[in-house]
Design a protein around this ligand. Sequence first.
Ligand SMILES: *[C@@H]1O[C@H](CO)[C@@H](O)[C@H](O)[C@H]1NC(C)=O
Ligand SMILES: *[C@@H]1O[C@H](CO)[C@@H](O)[C@H](O)[C@H]1NC(C)=O
Ligand SMILES: *[C@@H]1O[C@H](CO)[C@@H](O)[C@H](O)[C@H]1NC(C)=O
Ligand SMILES: *[C@@H]1O[C@H](CO)[C@@H](O)[C@H](O)[C@H]1NC(C)=O
Ligand SMILES: *[C@@H]1O[C@H](CO)[C@@H](O)[C@H](O)[C@H]1NC(C)=O
Length: 142
Amino acid sequence: MNSLPVLHLLLLLLGLQAPQAQGRSLLTYPPQQNFKMISEITDILNSSPSPAEETLDPNETNTLLNTTLLRPNLDAFLNATKNFYSNESLIWKNLKEFLPLLPTPTPRGEPISIENNWSDFQKKLKKYLEALDNFLNFRNNH
Ligand SMILES: *[C@@H]1O[C@H](CO)[C@@H](O)[C@H](O)[C@H]1NC(C)=O
Ligand SMILES: *[C@@H]1O[C@H](CO)[C@@H](O)[C@H](O)[C@H]1NC(C)=O
Ligand SMILES: *[C@@H]1O[C@H](CO)[C@@H](O)[C@H](O)[C@H]1NC(C)=O
Ligand SMILES: *[C@@H]1O[C@H](CO)[C@@H](O)[C@H](O)[C@H]1NC(C)=O
Ligand SMILES: *[C@@H]1O[C@H](CO)[C@@H](O)[C@H](O)[C@H]1NC(C)=O
């Protein structure tokens, strides 16, 4: 179940061989920093039992994993976070840190829709963090 220790090891390895920035147009953080922010959010999400991943609609899973929609989805999650937390909360602040790291697509496409329901928010954000983590690690390693 818990893949975080493995991920951490992987990130350490990636960090060791990560070449220095080569003309990146977007701001980046070191992978360790991204990993820390993502795992802080995961810890908060895991502080209560979450619904089974299978309860996600396949279309919603596609939307959450779609790289083109990373930025529109992040906007949607930032907005939805306000239903549960203040803008001073760690979860909101960490999510906001990722905004400048994500390209803004044109056209933006239809982002994920999130109900004002903690379970819905929790399971969708967990899936989204997988996509975000993949994207940021890929970027950092290329
Ligand atoms: C998933 O998307 C397809 C194509 O847009 C649509 O026909 C279908 O009704 C959607 N399924 C659900 C459960 O929303
Ligand atoms: C932000 O969230 C509020 C309340 O959940 C909703 O009414 C509004 O449409 C959302 N705005 C955007 C841009 O998603
Ligand atoms: C949080 O919201 C308050 C009230 O809406 C606002 O004054 C403050 O600047 C916001 N803080 C951040 C970090 O956006
Ligand atoms: C991702 O979303 C964009 C914008 O909605 C869409 O054009 C594209 O087909 C989607 N890609 C996948 C793999 O679903
Ligand atoms: C919240 O979402 C979960 C999972 O999607 C669902 O099972 C539950 O019935 C919803 N609760 C409310 C109050 O809408």
